[in-house]
Write a protein that binds this ligand. Sequence first.
Ligand code: ZN
Length: 315
Amino acid sequence: MRIKHKHKLFLWKSLHQVLPGREAIVRRTGKGDIICKQCGETNETVEHIFFQCSKAKMKWNMAPLQWDGLNEYTSDFRKWWSMLMEVKARKDGMEHIALAVDIFWHIWKAKNEAKFEGKDRHPMEVVRKAVDDWEEYHKCQQAEQRMSISETETANEQEDRREPEGNMLIIRVNVGQHIEGQNMGIGITTTNALNQIGVAWMLKERSTGSAVLDNLVAIQLALCKLKERGWQNIQIQTSCKQILNMIICQVPSNMRIAAHLEYVNDLSSMFRTCSFDSQPGNGSTNTLRYKLSKQAMHIYFDEEFFDPQCLSTFL
Ligand SMILES: [Zn+2]
């Protein structure tokens, strides 16, 4: 999808209920206040921030495009978004979707400015900023399309020279168990070209009950973590052969998987190079990533390890 990279991550977080609104923070940490501070009326969920809060409504009223036809879905952002995707094929559909994302982004930004900096921007100012951003990006995209093929090739060559191949990080993702509604543990390790372990993560998520879906979710979370750290050249190694086939051949086995595959695609396009491969020693229970994924089922908070020494206790 042709939307800004930073928005892809933002959108992904919104769709997976991990955008750090108050409700998500309380759900994850068990601490804090769940009520929206902008209106003081109800829980600050993604849906509240984007649609239901009086502050959001004012902005949408002033926006150059409204989605009144989707009003009945505003209590479920994923549903709302999947309905919005149907306008993709319409004339200018993609541009309108991109503008909607710009508006969400600026609603989110304005909420945070109010929270952290005490700024209370006029709704019209917020909408204007969203429209300006969208127009600017749109112009850049058009200019890019006008670039001749030879210019594109030269630009790619220069880009490639900036970071040599040796900087590629290998990321191995393992998922603990797949019981619907229960926690699944996710172990992620990163190794460099010299096979030295760098950062590692233990994450906890709700299992979907399907090994394929759980592994796709784990890969999405890993991609988000890697993007946040600014890495550009990565290879994701999965222990799930089915996923690897689907990613490479782009043939999902059902609609739900198709949606998750599309997120993986969107996220992976945010990196300079991102490839997928199978893990060496498949199924081995003696690996660090396997041990992390087992341990992660029982944690309260996601954990990040920067120091390989801390990891030695797991080996
Ligand atoms: Zn509110």
